[in-house]
Design a protein around this ligand. Structure first.
Ligand code: 9MR
Length: 341
């Protein structure tokens, strides 16, 4: 029998959109960078999409889930004292079964509130009781987790957002909610979550001032959530410094709602490459800051992104496209996690 010739595969150089070092998935890449997780927001209705679900369920890809809607006030306390946990439970159960971290989102926001909250003229003591009861009950129900206790307290110029909470309680609603969350669950990581604080600036400065004041007053606060809803080509240049300034105040940080949108569609190939760089910049900043604990995308596919509904004509902000195919942005995330400190 003639000797079997060894088969030499032609040396293959990686395609332009592949990372230098292959990884099993984005959560695996996050772990290799000593982060706790790479995660995604999701919604109950999306779980019926089998192709989507297969990706979501893969622990190598996603190690953390945030319900995009299911734990909000409108869903969890539609009438006073009537708590409805079914939607949040579905996502919490999924996280538990697949060994993923769950991020509770959120206790106190100005949006997604039921009519009984927004249509009543409350006295300050009444509203203080309402907010305390709500936070206590939802944090107690989904305990042992990370919580966005406060969501979006500031305007873009750094002034306080004049919400129902602020207008009646001034800034006291913040310690009220944080204390209620801490009483409900001594082990939960309590966060304040905000957008347009990815780089330094007036809004980030106001958040730092707030964190300092809360720390000084002994109010429980464990972390700042950097939402990072960004635009292609407009990502701040001083993200790492900004994260370091937060961490220096004695809190951890996390990128909590990452997406990078195109203002006009469809994107060009050059645009998609820029988006890849933008994802790498943001994830790389988190990788470089030890107390940046993880990165969450605000859903992973353009199919379910919130952007086109809110900014008509904009979109394609996620690392997977409408057909659940990986975009160059996916490899930007991998490269970001592999950035050397
Ligand atoms: O993506 C969320 C969308 O499905 C909801 O309809 C909307 C209102 O509840 O909230 C969206 O999520 C927001 C998040 O809770 C806070 N930061 C901005 C997100 C996008 O609007």
């Amino acid at each position: 029998m003639p000797p079997v010739q060894p088969v030499h595969a032609a040396p293959r150089s990686p395609a332009a959109d592949e990372p230098a070092v292959a990884v099993a998935g984005l959560n695996a890449a996050a772990h290799a960078a000593r982060k706790l997780y790479f995660g995604t927001a999701t919604n109950n209705n999306e779980l019926n999409d089998t192709q989507y679900f297969a990706l979501l369920d893969d622990i190598q890809m996603f190690g953390q889930l945030t319900p995009a809607k299911g734990m909000k006030w409108l869903e969890t306390e539609p009438e006073r004292g009537v708590f409805t946990f079914a939607q949040g439970d579905q996502i919490a159960d999924l996280a538990r079964q697949s060994g993923k971290v769950l991020r509770g989102h959120n206790c106190v926001w100005y949006n997604s509130l039921p009519g009984w909250v927004t249509n009543t003229t409350w006295t300050a003591p009444e509203l203080a009781e309402v907010v305390t009861e709500h936070c206590f009950n939802i944090v107690r129900h989904w305990e042992g987790q990370i919580w966005d206790v406060i969501n979006e307290p500031f305007n873009d110029d750094g002034t306080w957002r004049e919400t129902l909470w602020y207008n009646t309680l001034n800034t006291s609603y913040i310690p009220l909610a944080l204390h209620a969350a801490r009483r409900a669950d001594p082990h939960a990581k309590l966060y304040i979550n905000e957008y347009n604080i990815t780089g330094t600036g007036a809004k980030a400065t106001s958040m730092k001032t707030l964190i300092k004041a809360l720390k000084r007053a002994g109010v429980p606060i464990d972390g700042v959530g950097i939402q990072a809803h960004e635009t292609v080509g407009e990502v701040p240049t001083d993200i790492q410094r900004n994260l370091e300034e937060f961490v220096a105040l004695g809190v951890e940080v996390a990128i909590t709602e990452l997406d990078v949108k195109f203002l006009t569609l469809p994107p060009t190939q050059a645009g998609l490459e820029q988006q890849r760089k933008d994802y790498e910049t943001i994830v790389g900043a988190c990788a470089a800051v030890e107390r940046c604990v993880g990165v969450t995308v605000w859903d992973f596919t353009d199919k379910y992104s919130w952007i086109p509904g809110t900014f008509p004509g904009s979109g394609d902000a996620c690392p997977w496209d409408d057909d659940l195919e990986k975009k160059p942005a996916y490899y930007g995330i991998v490269d970001g996690f592999q950035r050397k400190r």
